[in-house]
Design a protein around this ligand. Structure first.
Ligand SMILES: Cc1cc2nc3c(=O)[nH]c(=O)nc-3n(C[C@H](O)[C@H](O)[C@H](O)COP(=O)(O)O)c2cc1C
Length: 394
């Protein structure tokens, strides 16, 4: 296993009785031990982390003063995320949120990836989490985690799918990224083209589209409306459209017909899009007229590890992708703090045609992997909250 990381209190918030490095000075009262109640509280905050399709693929368990995190096979997107990219990024966002909750109590977290993280392909395709097979073990630490973010930020951050006005370049004051990660900008004209290609790819791959439909919750009558997945409200669907579309997610005959129609339309759009070149790039000093589009890019390690076969799907060690997920969550929380909103567009990194166009536009090297694409801007209306399995009933 490659990397472990330490996460630890917001800047300047040293716990009572501790020095900034977490040791207790002579004569001072040591910080009280972390209790299981504390860990359960941190787990609840972490439950508000973002995940692709709001699958919440993590299964945390408090064991002997640590938190063991297993993956729930039923919550892994078998068709849409075969490289486990989104799973690993979501786990990273969860870990970062957990560390922010620990930081609010003046603590840190040591993250220990287990060898199961390198063997995600051994997971069954279906079923519940295996509690005996965690992929990460989180150990509380006395040394506090320096983060500017709070549990309120984690709870208040939302994905925004409405209109976004232009905003200043997010990258000027974003928290520094770990070595090997970069945020690159793609222009609006190219992004529109790539989003269209990516959307068409999703629609035209029946298994991927069916998986998306499985996570839609288009009516409050859906039994999992307040638990997981993407609701009509989150997707900003007008009520008449949601009422019309809701039966598509529940009645097999309608569902099959809708997937067939989406496949035909998707293939047609894809065929046209693939023959068209990317629009000409804008002049370097041309101001943004819409949201900013950013791509989180990782550099693959120069020397391949002993788990070369297993790393091959993404070309990156899984623990590094978890770290990238932590950085992504910090970036999205930073946008939230700045009054900005984020709209991810994973379809651009899912579709081979869109990825190829993106790589060309950004001039990526073979050693660089685009992990996440998202738009960021000033929202013109608030975004509705998404459900979570771990939310307290209201
Ligand atoms: C790795 C990752 C990929 C995502 N990809 C998309 C996407 O392609 N399109 C989208 O609308 N939302 C995407 N999301 C956002 C999730 O749908 C969202 O986090 C989830 O529904 C919970 O909603 P919230 O972020 O408002 O809490 C992604 C989130 C993560 C962590």
């Amino acid at each position: 296993m490659t990397s472990t990381s330490r996460a630890g209190t917001p800047a300047g918030a040293t716990p009572a009785g501790a020095t900034p490095d977490g040791t207790t000075p002579a004569g001072a009262t040591p910080a009280p031990p972390v209790t299981d109640d504390d860990l359960h509280r941190w787990v609840r905050v972490a439950g508000r982390a973002p995940s692709a399709h709001n699958t919440q693929p993590w299964s945390p368990r408090v064991v002997a003063g640590t938190v063991e995190v297993a993956v729930v096979p039923d919550r892994v997107l078998a068709a849409g995320d075969p490289s486990f990219r989104d799973l690993l990024l979501s786990l990273g966002a969860w870990v970062e949120s957990f560390a922010i909750a620990a930081a609010a109590d003046g603590r840190g977290v040591h993250v220990e990836p287990t060898d199961r993280l390198d063997r995600l392909a051994d997971l069954p395709v279906r079923g519940p989490a295996d509690p005996g097979a965690p992929v990460l073990v989180l150990h509380p630490q006395a040394a506090p985690y320096p983060t500017p973010f709070t549990p309120a930020d984690v709870r208040g951050r939302r994905t925004h799918r409405g209109h976004l006005d232009p905003a200043p370049d997010l990258r000027t004051d974003v928290p520094p990224l770990p070595a090997g990660l970069a945020l690159l900008q793609v222009d609006d004209a190219a992004m529109r083209h790539l989003v269209r290609l990516g959307g068409a790819w999703t629609a035209s791959r029946r298994a991927v589209a069916a998986e998306l439909v499985r996570w839609l919750r288009l009516s409050p009558a859906h039994p999992r409306y307040a638990r997981d997945g993407m609701t009509d409200r989150m997707l900003l669907l007008p009520s008449p459209l949601a009422r019309l579309a809701a039966p598509l997610t529940r009645r097999p005959a309608l569902h099959d017909a809708a997937l067939t129609a989406a496949g035909i339309a998707g293939r047609a759009v894809e065929a046209v899009g693939r023959t068209r070149p990317l629009p000409a790039p804008p002049a370097p000093d041309e101001p943004l007229t819409g949201p900013q589009h950013l791509v989180l890019v990782a550099r693959t390690p120069g020397v391949r590890s002993g788990t070369e076969e297993l790393d091959a799907r993404l070309g990156l060690p899984p623990a590094d992708v978890v770290e990238a997920g932590r950085a992504l969550q910090r970036t999205w929380l930073h946008a939230h703090r700045a009054g900005l909103a984020v709209a991810p567009h994973s379809e651009v990194v899912d579709s081979p045609h869109a990825v190829a166009g993106l790589r060309r536009r950004l001039g990526l090297r073979r050693t660089q992997v685009a992990l996440a694409v998202f738009s960021v801007g000033r929202p013109t209306a608030p975004a509705p909250a998404s459900p979570r399995l771990t939310d307290e009933p209201v």
